[in-house]
Design a protein around this ligand. Structure first.
Ligand code: NAD
Length: 368
């Protein structure tokens, strides 16, 4: 990292640490664009065998590996330590929650609505609960059975909308098929949409000159990781793999807000490896383990791996382990910096959720 880069990162860090806790929710939510079911992990494919090559292995086998050979002998990418960065952010949040409590006797509260018995959803909700309580944010939850009616979900949502002691609401996604996700999400109070999935928040993220109240946590976490690692986004060619409402789409919008030139790859894109190879910054959220091989990368690229894919592994405690979308071993020989899985984007998603909840409470209490 050059000296100027280090200085600019230090300056950004100072701006964030000093100012971020004294600005309004609205301003702060937008600050990511100035300087910046979680539910979404839910969309992971079911367990796949380690020995079962996926469709994409074939494509990458055919592609040109010359870039790997050029780089592989000595180069090792810098690891972007999402866990350490998230821990630092959470410490700041804990301090702010304490300051709020001591000043006005109030703390933020996060409410989660969980429908059904999906184990992955239960795990994510548990992590949010633990994360909230660790920083002093109150946590409350409504659980509904798989076969509940839309009315019951809307009713639970409405109760939290009207409860002034609740500052953030999460509708844990995905919902069972018989429930209309879009319709239910649009009932969520904009001011409490700490996941940033309300159509108005997403719409405002897309429109120049508009400011969303909240930015979806995973894309926001990715931008924070880049900025806090001293990686410049402006003018860079960014490629996003995936176009989901939860990650890919808001990620591409947020990168544009940071003046990157953005290309999106999705499941129907032809020659994805060639497009990916043009990226200065590659952010992947496809949910396909080992999709991105070393040959997909431009030497020196920055790689952010959002993918969180359970892959069978009898040697692991629960019979599986988590893998990203990126073949880490190959990519770390080509990229200049890379996020690991786990320990990269995941911890940042939770940190951003806590951050959005804190900002929402500050706004509600007019606490600066
Ligand atoms: P999704 O299934 O909703 O969307 C996947 C996207 O990837 C789609 O747009 C699809 O077109 C594209 N895609 C699928 N296969 C592809 C392929 N072979 N080539 C190119 N594009 C392809 O998933 P999602 O909710 O966006 O999540 C994506 C991944 O990110 C999952 O692994 C999920 O677990 C993970 N995730 C992690 C976090 C986190 O905090 N770390 C948060 C959200 C999601």
């Amino acid at each position: 990292m050059t000296k100027t880069r280090v200085q600019s990162v230090a300056a950004l860090w100072q701006i964030w640490s000093m100012k971020s806790f004294v600005t309004s929710s609205k301003l702060k939510a937008f600050s990511t664009s100035l300087i910046n079911p979680s539910n979404s992990i839910l969309m992971s494919p079911s367990l796949v065998s380690l020995d079962c090559p996926d469709l994409w292995t074939c494509i990458s086998m055919q592609s040109d590996h010359s870039s790997i050979q050029k780089y592989s002998s000595k180069h090792v990418a810098q690891i972007i330590d999402g866990k350490a960065i998230a821990d630092e952010i959470r410490s700041g949040i804990a301090l702010e929650v304490r300051r709020m409590k001591e000043s006005i006797g109030q703390v933020p509260q996060l409410a989660v609505i969980l429908v059904g018995q999906r184990r992955d959803s239960q795990t994510y909700v548990r992590n949010k609960k633990i994360g909230s309580e660790e920083v002093g944010i109150k946590f409350v939850m409504t659980t509904l059975p798989d076969n509940c009616t839309e009315y019951e979900v809307c009713n639970a949502l409405q109760n939290y909308n009207e409860n002034s002691s609740v500052h953030g609401i999460i509708l844990q996604l995905p919902l069972p098929q018989h429930l209309d996700e879009g319709k239910i999400l649009s009932l969520l109070s904009l001011e409490k949409d700490v996941d940033g999935f309300h159509p108005v928040n997403i719409g405002n993220l897309a429109l120049l000159g508009r400011e969303p109240l909240f930015i979806p946590c995973t894309p926001k976490g990715c931008i924070e990781l880049l900025l806090r690692s001293g990686i410049e986004i402006t003018g860079k060619k960014a490629v996003v793999i995936g176009r989901s409402n939860v990650v890919g789409l808001p990620m591409s919008l947020l990168l544009q807000r940071h003046h990157a030139t953005v290309t999106i790859i999705h499941a129907y894109t032809r020659n994805p490896d060639k497009i990916a190879r043009e990226a200065d910054i590659l952010i992947t959220a496809a949910g396909v383990p080992n999709l991105v091989r070393g040959s997909w990368l431009k030497p020196g690229a920055i790689v952010v791996d959002v993918g969180t894919n359970p892959v069978e592994d009898p040697e692991c405690e629960h019979g599986y382990r988590l893998m990203g979308d990126v073949c880490f071993e190959e990519a770390s020989k080509i990229a200049s910096a890379i996020t690991p899985v786990p320990g990269g984007v995941g911890p940042m998603t939770v940190a951003m959720l806590l951050y959005n909840t804190l900002e929402s409470a500050k706004c509600a209490f007019k606490f600066t």
